[in-house]
Design a protein around this ligand. Structure first.
Ligand code: NAD
Length: 298
């Protein structure tokens, strides 16, 4: 299959001099290179790390924030290695005081926040019966409350600027229910609602708020479970590729390119939208038929 390559070099920099504050800029479950398949591009990074790099390649100054300072610092180092400008900050985005302090630091350093990018997210399996209350609370806190908190403390800054763009990372799991993961689905549905609610309230203040809903991606988090078994990793990747209408999984890079567009002035009239970046997955029925249910009449 001829998959279009993404190039690093740009003729124009859409975000030259803009300041991006990116929460979740590390890579979840990053492991030594060698086992990961890297099916489309040479490097398989998590969504946050790839997105931070794409912002910087489009000229933005990126403040890389992560609960794991080493992970944020590694992303900032990569950006600087490519000639970009980036800083790293540690923050637990589920804690209001931590988020407030981080936004204060970023503002003191950069003077403004042009783009708030909320990438943080984790998944726990199971429907309402299987998912523990602790897991449910944790997923809602990390995936949804963190975005409420970053908006809470960044919006007054953007309001004073009379300008700003917010990008929230959702998932196609908010609208397609192929595996039971109630907490994840609910949290991402909440992200979509939060996005629209903020967009409506702040539209007249020059602040836009949009979400991106990725479909199946090839990322370290997805590959981690199979890291000890290359054959099973390959089999899983093949089946995930085949589940996508385009027949290949996206990568963090694809999410990053969409984010740059939504953050840029080219998207100046777009707000409150959830942009699917999913190779067509939300267009079609599940690729596997549902299991028959005993006694069900059709
Ligand atoms: N990987 C996929 O296939 C896929 C598909 C659809 C949507 N998404 C979404 O994309 C986003 C990124 O997923 P990913 O798997 O690529 O992860 P990622 O590699 O981008 O890593 C997320 C980062 O968030 C950080 N983080 C976690 N909790 C935090 C907290 N409380 N405060 C600050 N930082 C914290 C982690 O340390 C990690 O570095 C998530 O929102 C996820 O739901 C992923």
């Amino acid at each position: 299959m001829d998959i279009p390559p993404l190039t690093k070099k740009r003729s124009g920099c859409r975000l030259e001099g803009r300041h991006v504050l990116l929460f979740g800029a590390g890579t979840a479950n990053e492991v030594a290179e060698g086992w990961s398949l890297g099916q489309v591009s040479d490097k398989v990074y998590g969504v946050g790390k790839a997105t931070a790099l794409v912002y910087a390649r489009h000229g933005a100054v990126v403040t890389c924030v992560d609960v794991d300072l080493n992970a944020a610092a590694a992303t900032a180092e990569l950006i600087r290695g490519e000639g970009g400008t980036a800083y790293a900050l540690a923050c637990d985005a589920t804690r209001s005081d931590d988020v407030k302090e981080t936004i204060g630091k970023s503002l003191a350093h950069n003077g403004r926040i042009d783009v708030l990018h909320n990438n943080i997210g984790l998944a726990k399996m199971g429907g309402p019966v299987e998912c523990s209350e602790d897991d449910f609370d944790q997923v809602i806190s990390v995936n949804l409350k963190s975005m409420y908190l970053t908006c809470k403390w960044a919006l007054p800054v953007m309001e004073r600027q009379m300008r700003g763009a917010i990008i929230n990372i959702s998932s196609f799991a908010a609208v397609r229910f192929t595996v039971p993961w109630i907490a994840y689905a609910v949290s991402k549905g909440g992200v979509n609602a939060l996005t629209m609610s903020v967009a409506a309230q702040y539209a007249a203040k020059g602040i836009r708020c949009n979400a991106i809903a990725p479909g199946l991606l090839s990322t370290p988090m997805v590959q981690f479970a199979h890291k000890k078994n290359h054959a099973s990793l390959q089999e899983m990747m093949r089946s995930r590729d085949n589940a996508v209408p385009m027949r290949w999984q996206g990568e963090g890079w694809d999410v990053g390119e969409a984010a740059v567009f939504l953050a840029s002035d080219e998207a100046r009239f777009i707000t409150g939208q959830v942009l699917a970046v999913d190779g067509g997955s939300t267009l079609v029925m599940p690729s596997k038929p549902w299991e028959p249910v005993d006694g069900a009449e059709h």
